[in-house]
Design a protein around this ligand. Structure first.
Ligand code: PAJ
Length: 259
């Protein structure tokens, strides 16, 4: 497995493998089974698997959230190697946002509701970095998790609007045995906070907006940002809560397949 720190290195490493499909799995590290499921799907479907590892400052509104985001590159690289990744693109912030950077991608409608309303600028940061990753890697397929359903909707819209030549692959949410959706931020929860956080998946599992809101209103020790039905593809019941200093999002599909 090769680790490239620059755009130039990444492009030259991929030069000779363009005859077969290239899969890209964008990540911010803190790898868990959710990320690994994307890597496995990419490994199955593509000749070359590229994982990006970049904690993207542009998608964090809150300095504390950015500073406390779990970072353990050595561990992430070992897991990526075990998952059969061919190339990890792990750039510096300066490589992705060189001095004078001023070009942003804004998916105006899909990116402004729900998460976008609570985290202004978040999806602008996501769309911009993902477009740049697409430009650097030029993948045939890009892999994303349904866990971040609105992120998928934003990227799908961007691909459509900008006629990007990439096949979007979406994989189901991976959960722990207790039902909590895996998230890099779960590592920041105390045992007590984790118990309280379980109210979110339990509420969403009702697949009923009124019941979910009522359940969360009765739960102690967590603040609800929103619980809403979102008309994504597939439609989902989505929610965001804060437990201590950790913010968690989750969703369940309301129709179609059981992602
Ligand atoms: P990150 O949170 O590291 O997630 C990387 C990918 O893993 C995303 O597509 C996300 O939806 C997926 N993922 C996370 N938890 C999952 C779970 N429990 N089950 C299935 N998939 C899961 O999402 C980002 O990074 C960033 O916004 C990024 C796209 C890399 C742009 O910076």
């Amino acid at each position: 497995m090769k680790v490239a720190r620059t755009i130039a290195e990444t492009r030259s490493a991929l030069e000779d493998v363009r005859d077969g499909p290239i899969g890209l799995v964008p990540t911010m590290g803190g790898l868990h089974e959710g990320h690994l499921s994307l890597l496995r799907a990419a490994r199955e479907e593509c000749d070359t698997v590229v994982m990006s590892l970049f904690v993207n400052p542009a998608q964090f509104g809150d300095e504390h959230d950015l500073a406390s985001y779990p970072r353990d590159e050595e561990r992430d690289l070992a897991l990526a190697r075990d998952a059969g990744v061919d190339l990890v693109f792990a750039p510096s912030t300066e490589e992705m946002y060189p001095a004078g950077f001023q070009t942003w991608v804004e998916v105006t409608e899909v990116g402004s509701r729900l998460e976008g309303a609570f985290r202004p600028g978040h999806f602008r940061g996501v769309a911009t970095v993902v477009l740049k990753l697409f430009s650097v890697v030029r993948p045939d397929r890009a892999y994303f998790g349904q866990k971040d359903a609105q992120q998928v909707a934003v990227i799908r819209q961007m691909i459509r609007d900008l006629a990007l030549d990439v096949d979007l692959r979406v994989l189901p949410t991976v959960r722990d045995d207790d039902g909590l959706a895996l998230s890099s931020r779960n590592a920041l929860l105390t045992t007590e906070e984790r118990k309280r956080a379980l109210a979110l998946p339990r509420a969403l599992a009702t697949k009923d907006l009124t019941a979910a809101r009522a359940l969360l209103a009765r739960s102690n020790g967590l603040d609800v940002d929103y619980v809403e039905v979102a008309e994504f593809d597939p439609p989902v019941l989505a929610g965001a809560v804060r437990v201590g200093s950790v913010r968690l999002i989750d969703n369940v599909a309301l129709e179609g397949d059981s992602k």
